[in-house]
Design a protein around this ligand. Structure first.
Ligand code: ADP
Ligand code: MG
Length: 237
């Protein structure tokens, strides 16, 4: 098991954003968390990454209970929707900065950063700054920065939703190929059901803070277990 969530609940003041979520992600799996805006998907990711503290529940990454660990001491790495790149740093410096934060030594940084840029086909842009890149290229750099720290689990929060439809579909295929090549377990959050069905080995559907169904895409589609999933997927007969 790469990730195990047990009875995870997260609140913001009086608002319970995530309620009693339990979930396992296997080694090498690409798992999509699907749900409408406000259903608690980002909160689940941010809590796994250590940016939010759960009110109750447990988070295990690999063999380690990380529930109380600070963000830098968790074997996961996050890709954000808005890329979160440093505009004044070059592509290579952006990737290397992520590695530095993760405690990777200077000697290894450079080679790993180059390798990861190659993986996302951005080597020729190593000395460019983010402002010189298109949206798709910026997202490739953000992906490289997260992969360059060699995480056990990659967390992706709607990474393609700022891109136009055609580019989004291209990048979905690229991401699937990268996943097949490196085999890193991924937890991919999206509100776009087509995207979830394209990418997922397994998927989970969230509604109003709760994880209401988990399964392989075919099963979730053909056999929705409740009204919400049925209407959200448009499979109501
Ligand atoms: P999603 O990613 O599925 O859109 P979120 O996890 O962002 O859902 O939000 C879940 C709920 O928590 C929403 O009602 C949202 O308004 C609320 N929420 C999210 N972040 C915060 C925050 N920092 N402070 C207060 N409420 C928040
Ligand atoms: Mg979100």
């Amino acid at each position: 098991m790469m990730l195990e969530l047990e009875g995870l609940s997260v609140s913001y003041g009086d608002l319970t954003a995530v309620e009693n979520v339990s979930l396992c992600i296997e080694e090498g799996e690409l798992f999509c968390l699907l749900g409408p805006s406000g259903s608690g998907k980002s909160t689940v990711l941010r809590t796994i990454a250590g940016f939010e503290r759960p009110g109750c529940g447990r988070i295990t990454l690999g063999d380690t209970d990380v529930t109380e660990h600070p963000p830098y001491d968790r074997a996961c790495s996050m890709v954000f929707q808005d890329w979160a790149l440093f505009p004044q740093k070059t592509v290579l410096e952006n990737v290397a900065f992520g590695q530095k934060m993760a405690g990777i030594g200077r000697a290894e940084r450079h080679e790993q950063a180059r390798e990861t840029l190659e993986l996302v086909e951005m080597s020729e842009y190593a000395d460019s700054t983010p402002g010189q890149l298109s949206g798709g290229q910026k997202q490739r750099v953000a992906l490289a920065r997260s992969l360059a720290v060699d995480p056990d689990l990659l967390l992706l929060d709607e990474p393609l939703s700022n891109l136009d439809r055609l580019l989004r579909e291209t990048m979905q295929l690229e991401l699937k190929q990268i996943h097949e090549r490196i085999g890193t377990a991924m937890l991919y959050v999206t509100h776009d059901q087509e995207e979830a069905f394209t990418l997922a080995d397994r998927m989970g559907v969230m509604s109003d803070g709760e994880l209401v169904q988990v399964g392989v895409p075919e099963n979730v589609y053909q056999d929705p277990t409740d009204r919400f999933v049925e209407s959200f997927l448009g499979t109501t007969k």
